[in-house]
Design a protein around this ligand. Structure first.
Ligand SMILES: C[S@@+](CC[C@H](N)C(=O)[O-])C[C@H]1O[C@@H](n2cnc3c(N)ncnc32)[C@H](O)[C@@H]1O
Length: 247
């Protein structure tokens, strides 16, 4: 996914309950963090407001553009705390190491092959200080979930505009991949105006698989949660939230 079309709607539909979790961990680890797949700065900006210096990388120029636009509205102090760079999580070298790295909003799922997953974990490992913390979350698909599904959501923008987002998903059980199609339909004064389409694949990664990958890549697991409320991970949990440490 390039997020070319989705970038401008990301924050409109993007509210999540993960800010306290990632900000809390970042503060415990010191005052510097690396966010991989920083997107529109949805998390990087609140972390910077808390005094943490965040380096954020992303491979979508469209998402980075939105992050820069949002950052321009922040105070000089907050702006100084955020550094945005274009980079691919599977292959980047910042020449820096961090006490805390986070990869939020199921972004690790964008790695659809074992090779890409290993490349990303290798890059994280190289950028993490010894004993540094790496936290991330994965979407969990319930075993009883249908193979094909869709959901529709909408948001009002101002008095005249309505954005309707439809997401269609198809699960490929052999490849453990979910194919997504996102449509954004824009209505002005109740009349259809235009449609944007975005599509891509995301991996379906289970608990045993990610634990094995992390161990192979020299991370120890500190905590596994089922959601950002820090509940225990169970079969039916909506998320897999992992807190790991570099060996
Ligand atoms: C679900 S969004 C999360 C954005 C932000 N971290 C947040 O929590 O709101 C995923 C982000 O990861 C970025 N991304 C996807 N694949 C990537 C890759 N290979 N390298 C770097 N960034 C990537 C996308 O461009 C997008 O901005």
């Amino acid at each position: 996914m390039t997020y070319r079309q989705a970038a401008k709607f990301y924050d409109l539909f993007g509210s999540k309950n993960d800010v306290d979790f990632y900000r809390g961990l970042a503060l415990q680890c010191g005052n510097r963090a690396l966010e991989i797949g920083v997107g529109t700065g949805r998390l990087a900006i609140p972390l910077a407001q808390a005094g943490i210096t965040v380096v954020g990388i992303d491979n979508s120029i469209h998402m980075l553009r939105w992050a820069r636009t949002k950052l321009a509205e922040e105070s000089q102090l907050v702006r100084k705390h955020v550094v945005l760079k274009k980079g691919d999580m599977r292959n980047f070298d910042l020449g820096l190491s961090f006490p805390f790295i986070y990869l939020p909003a199921s972004t690790f799922d964008h790695n659809t092959t074992a090779e890409e997953q290993n490349q990303t974990l290798d890059c994280v490992h190289k950028h993490l200080e010894k004993n540094g913390v790496f936290a991330f979350d994965l979407e969990q698909v319930r075993v009883d979930a249908p193979l094909n599904s869709w959901w529709i959501d909408r948001r009002r923008v101002g008095r005249r505009r309505m954005v309707v987002r439809s997401i269609f998903t198809r699960r490929d059980l052999k490849k453990n991949v979910c194919t997504l199609d996102l449509f954004f339909d824009i209505y002005e004064n109740g009349r259809f105006d235009e449609r944007y389409h975005e599509y891509g694949d995301v991996a379906i990664i289970g608990k045993d698989q990610i634990i094995k990958l992390l161990e192979q890549n020299h991370f120890t697991i500190e905590n596994i949660y089922g959601d950002f409320d820090l509940s225990r991970h169970r079969k039916m949990s909506p998320k897999l939230v992992l807190v790991t440490r570099r060996v």
